[in-house]
Design a protein around this ligand. Structure first.
Ligand code: ADP
Ligand code: MG
Length: 421
C-alpha cells in the first residue's frame, strides 16, 4: 500500500494529536512503511515509540513490539487505547493473563483489530505463542530497548538473543526495527549482528545536549562543604545528587538538612510508600534537592531540574549521560557536576571482582572510559559525543563553551598561577 506525506501527517494528527514529527521520526516511519529493516538510535525522550506505533496503526496486520518491562508496555497500551474507540487495538501478551484474556487477545489479532501486540521476550519464545503468531499476519517486529541484546549495554538480557530465530519462524521477510538510546559502537554492532539487520538503514539522532554544562571536580575530604556551597549558590533550584550507596544517600541528605538545605533521600531500601512520598515532595517542589541512588530517575520527568551532582563517579559514560540527561529537559540551564577520585574507581573495580570474568572485563573497559573522561583536558562534550560515535565541532558546535575544560583551559590556568606567583 502506498502512502504519502498527507497520509502520514493526517494519521499523526488523528492518532496522536501532534501536528509535526519530531527529529527523524518521519524518515524512520517512511522506511518502516516501505517494509525495510530499520535501526533507530535516539536519546531518551527522542520519540522512538512513535516510530513503530504510527506505522503499526497505518498498516494491515499486527505489529509485535518486544519490550523488556511490563510497566512500560502497560503505559503504552493504555496510551494507544486512548486514541481509538477499539480497546483491542493494542494488547499485551504475557504470563499474567488468564485463559479468557488470552482467548480475547488471540481473537482480536485474528480479526485484524489488534495493530500493536506488546510482548516480553520470554513470552515470545513460548512455543504456543510462536505457533499462534505464525498463523496470523504480522506487519513487522519492533525490538524496543534493543541494547538488551548486548553485554556491552547497561541492561543485558539473554532472552533478547533468541529474537532473530523466532522472527524467522513467524513468516518470510518480516521487517525488523531495532530501537535504542544506547549509541556506543560496540552495542550497535551487537544489535545489528544479533537481529540480523546488517542491511538496515540506520537513523541516528544527535546525543548532544547543548544546554548542559559539564564539570568534573577532584574529590577531596571537603566534598560535603563543597556540595553545600554549590547547592546554596543555586538555592531555590531543583537538583539531584547521586551517591553510590544507600548509606551515603542518607548521610548526605542529613548533612544538607542540618545545613539548611531542603533535601530528601531516595533509594530502593525505603518502602514503596516512603519512596513515592519523597519523590512527590521533589516533583511538587516541597524540597529543592533529592539525594539518591540510581534507583531514582527512571521515568521521572521533571522538566526544570537545574543540576545533577555525582558524589561518586558512575560506572560508565552511558550511565553518566543518562543520569545527567535528567537536567535541563526544558531546554534551560543544567549543571552537571561530577566528583572524581581514583580511589572511587578502585572501589568500583572491587565491586566487580566477584563477577564472572567476561563481565569484569567489560566492566573494567567501561570504567577506563570514565577515568579518561574525568582526566581529560579536552572538551567534555566532545569526549562524550565521540564515545557515542559522534564528531563534535568544539569551536562552532552547539554548546561548545559549555564545560569546565573549554571555559578554563588547563594551560591558561597554569599560566595564571605562574603570573600570580
Ligand atoms: P523515547 O522512547 O525515545 O525515550 P518516547 O517515545 O517515550 O521517547 O517519547 C517521548 C515523548 O515525546 C513522549 O511524551 C511523546 O508523547 C513525545 N512525542 C513523541 N513524538 C512527538 C511529536 N511528533 N510531537 C510532540 N511530541 C512527541
Ligand atoms: Mg522508549
Amino acid at each position: 500500500k502506498e502512502f504519502d506525506n498527507i497520509d502520514l501527517h493526517s494519521s499523526l494528527k488523528k492518532f496522536f494529536g501532534f501536528s509535526q514529527f519530531k527529529g527523524l521520526q518521519e524518515e524512520v516511519i517512511k522506511n518502516v512503511l516501505r517494509q525495510n529493516n530499520t535501526f533507530v538510535i535516539m536519546p531518551t525522550g527522542g520519540g522512538k515509540s512513535l516510530c513503530y506505533q504510527l506505522p503499526a496503526l497505518m498498516q494491515d496486520g499486527t505489529a509485535i513490539i518486544v519490550s523488556p518491562l511490563i510497566a512500560l508496555m502497560k503505559n503504552q497500551v493504555d496510551a494507544i487505547r486512548g486514541v481509538s474507540s477499539e480497546i483491542g487495538i493494542a494488547h499485551v501478551l504475557n504470563s499474567s493473563l488468564n485463559k479468557g484474556e488470552i482467548k480475547q487477545v488471540k481473537q482480536d489479532i485474528t480479526n485484524g483489530i489488534t495493530k500493536l501486540l506488546y510482548v516480553a521476550p520470554e513470552s515470545l519464545t513460548k512455543e504456543e505463542n510462536v505457533e499462534f503468531l505464525r498463523s496470523v499476519k504480522v506487519s513487522f517486529v519492533a525490538v524496543d530497548e534493543a541494547h538488551c541484546i548486548s553485554e556491552w549495554g547497561h541492561d543485558f538480557r539473554p532472552e533478547y538473543r533468541n529474537l532473530k530465530s523466532i522472527v524467522e519462524r513467524l513468516g518470510e521477510n518480516i521487517p525488523i526495527i531495532g530501537l535504542t538510546a544506547t549509541a556506543t559502537p560496540k552495542v550497535q554492532e551487537d544489535i545489528i549482528k544479533n537481529l540480523g539487520i546488517g542491511g538496515a538503514k540506520l537513523f541516528k539522532a544527535s546525543f548532544n545536549r547543548p544546554n548542559l554544562f559539564y564539570e568534573v571536580r577532584t574529590k577531596t575530604e571537603n566534598i560535603e562543604a563543597d556540595i553545600i556551597r554549590f547547592v546554596k549558590q543555586n538555592s531555590g533550584k531543583s537538583g539531584i545528587i547521586y551517591c553510590l550507596s544507600r548509606k551515603k544517600v542518607e548521610e548526605l541528605a542529613q548533612v544538607l538538612q542540618v545545613n539548611g538545605v531542603s533535601a530528601v533521600p531516595y533509594h530502593a531500601g525505603f518502602d514503596a510508600k516512603t519512596r513515592s512520598k519523597y519523590q512527590d515532595m521533589f516533583l511538587m517542589e516541597d524540597v529543592d534537592v533529592v539525594v539518591a541512588t540510581i534507583a531514582f530517575g527512571m521515568g521521572i520527568d521533571k522538566p526544570d531540574v537545574r543540576f545533577v551532582i555525582h558524589h561518586d563517579i558512575p560506572k560508565s559514560i552511558e550511565s553518566y549521560y543518562q543520569e545527567t540527561g535528567r537536567a535541563g529537559r526544558d531546554g534551560g540551564e543544567g549543571h552537571c557536576l561530577a566528583y572524581y577520585s581514583y580511589k572511587d574507581i578502585e572501589k568500583l573495580e572491587k565491586f566487580m571482582s566477584g563477577k564472572p570474568v567476561a563481565e569484569q572485563e567489560i566492566g573494567n573497559a567501561l570504567l577506563q572510559e570514565v577515568v579518561a573522561y574525568a582526566e581529560t583536558s579536552m572538551s567534555r562534550r566532545k569526549f562524550m559525543l565521540h564515545y557515542f560515535g559522534e564528531e563534535f565541532d568544539d569551536v562552532n558546535g552547539d554548546g561548545a563553551e559549555m564545560d569546565d575544560n573549554t571555559r578554563n583551559p588547563k594551560e591558561k590556568e597554569e599560566a595564571k598561577d605562574n603570573v600570580e606567583k
